[in-house]
Design a binder for this molecule. Sequence first.
Ligand SMILES: Nc1ncnc2c1ncn2[C@@H]1O[C@H](COP(=O)(O)OP(=O)(O)OP(=O)(O)O)[C@@H](O)[C@H]1O
Ligand SMILES: [Mg+2]
Length: 257
Amino acid sequence: MTSAEEQGKGAEPLLEVQDLCRRYGEHVILDHVSFRIMPGDVVAVIGPSGCGKSTLIRSLNLLERAESGRILFHGRDLLTLSSREAAATIPRIGMVFQQFNLFDNMTVLRNVALAPEISGGLTRSQAEEKAMMLLERVGLAGRAGAYPSHLSGGQKQRVAIVRSLAMDPEIILFDEPTSALDPEMVQEVLALMRDLAQGGLTMMVVTHEMRFARNVSTRAMFVCDGGIRVDEPPERFFEDPPDPRLREFLTTAGMRG
Ligand SMILES: Nc1ncnc2c1ncn2[C@@H]1O[C@H](COP(=O)(O)OP(=O)(O)OP(=O)(O)O)[C@@H](O)[C@H]1O
Ligand SMILES: [Mg+2]
């Protein structure tokens, strides 16, 4: 049993996905997908290109609309919330994208302070104070007045993570957060994500960074053919993969001899 499972023992799932379905035309992307995320879980999501990893995690905060199924967040189905309820709930599910999605016309400080001010109930000065505190925590306070175009890719992604943290999310979903980065910047972003995981943040991370998945996740999922084919602790997932497609995938990724 992983430590996250132990911590979550007896606890309610943070997220429970039941029979989630999504298709594009005739193409079935998610075929009755079900899983649970407990508080403290760090779930690595791995799978071949085009298998539906982005569709899956984007569905969880309603960036994509699943056709059927349930997404229970603290037991309430996100797919049945009114728009007012969704506006109050969805900010608690943070998202970090491959392409950062920062506002280029705003400084780093404004990028981070904007959402807490607009939908987090803080005044501008409270939001900026919180933003500065978070930027300090990740060593970016010195760049608070800079615009995104003056940052490195690694700095942009760390700002994007801080922006997500500023809403006090209960979970952050990451969609290939290091895939757009030059190799020398990947580690600084992974190090921040490792710190967040060790601090107990619940995370779901679509990634091709197998060593990160192996060393930091509490669970690894292999998405393939419309579903989650494997959902195991990383030791089992990587050392003794229980599925031939996963074995082949890991061999190609250089994770198995
Ligand atoms: N808006 C869309 N319209 C039609 N098909 C789509 C759309 N978005 C995604 N798809 C298809 O759905 C499938 C799953 O896409 P998705 O982006 O979720 O895959 P992925 O696993 O994230 O891939 P990658 O590793 O390349 O990011 C792909 O076959 C893709 O072509
Ligand atoms: Mg994707």
